[in-house]
Design a protein around this ligand. Structure first.
Ligand SMILES: O=C(CO)COP(=O)(O)O
Length: 285
């Protein structure tokens, strides 16, 4: 079965009531491909979750940005998975690099959180990714494999998991991974899933890319065979998020041929599409 393109908007710790209303109005008025083609999930801060959910068009969904690792109780400041379920919040982002780095969430803690959230019926966007230092030392795959293993050790059913590869050096820096760099890591992650979980799960699990994605660079990234969508930060607060959603139609295009160094093809909507051919080095560092 084809993997449905997934576009998530992580609003992080941003927004006032007025700003939130403005973003939702833009999204509600946007003409985008249908739910059959793209799954759109926006993730406002906790305090705006219900507000956004009540205003947002019904074909888009909401995600929390975190939840507690176990059943709720005496954990001041935390929000439990049960509460999200109680409010009919379908998705949660877990293991974002900002929480891993600033709040010292370990691989094991993230694995436990993913498993608990799934056990309560939430769908999870599980984030992984290497730092610049790790990339430069050639350990990209070892790092993301260890992060994925900590999740795989605790998760038996991957149906409700989207894996978000977000290289830390690309987050909020304007330094997007090249389509070849993203494709290389996504392909290796799928191979890892195939060898360590199962071939079927490797085929069906969506692996999305995050890190300085914008309306201009999303098209070439979306055309990579193992890039199944995006987790967008800064650009998800702007109207260009709509262009990123629309790049879903480029994820599966029908090649017509090569002209000079360009692919020419037709996308799912029948629009003509061209993309630069990317020389893809096989190493990921
Ligand atoms: O962290 C991200 C999404 O979770 C990416 O953030 P930016 O798109 O702002 O780089």
């Amino acid at each position: 079965m084809a993997r449905k393109f997934f576009v998530g908007g992580n609003w992080k710790c941003n927004g006032t009531t007025e700003e939130v209303k403005k973003i939702v109005t833009t999204l509600n008025e946007a003409e985008v491909p249908s739910e059959d083609v793209v799954e759109v999930v926006v993730s406002p801060p906790f305090v705006f979750l219900n507000f956004v959910k009540s205003l947002l068009r019904s074909d888009f969904h909401v995600a929390a940005q975190n939840c507690w690792v176990r059943k709720g109780g005496a954990f001041t400041g935390e929000i439990s998975a049960e509460m999200l379920v109680n409010l009919s919040i379908p998705w949660v982002i877990i293991g974002h690099s900002e929480r891993r780095a600033l709040l010292k969430e370990s691989n094991e803690f993230v694995g436990d959180k993913v498993a608990y959230a799934l056990s309560q019926g939430l769908k999870v966007i599980a984030c992984i990714g290497e730092t610049l230092e790790e990339r430069e030392s050639g350990s990209t795959m070892a790092v993301v494999a260890a992060q994925t293993k900590a999740i795989a050790d605790k998760v038996t059913n991957w149906d409700n998991v989207v894996l978000a590869y977000e290289p830390v050096w690309a987050i909020g820096t304007g330094k997007v991974a090249t389509p070849a760099q993203a494709q290389d890591v996504h392909r290796e992650l799928r191979k890892w899933l195939s060898e360590n979980v199962s071939g079927a799960i490797a085929e069906s699990t969506r692996i999305i890319y995050g890190g300085s994605v914008n309306g201009a660079n999303c098209k070439e990234l979306a055309a990579q065979p193992d890039v199944d969508g995006f987790l967008v930060g800064g650009a998800s607060l702007k109207p260009e998020f709509v262009d990123i959603i629309k790049s879903a139609t480029l994820s599966c295009f029908f090649p017509l041929g090569n002209l000079a160094s360009c692919f020419i093809g037709l996308d799912l909507m029948g629009n003509c599409f061209s993309a630069r051919i990317i020389e893809s080095p096989s190493n990921t560092d």
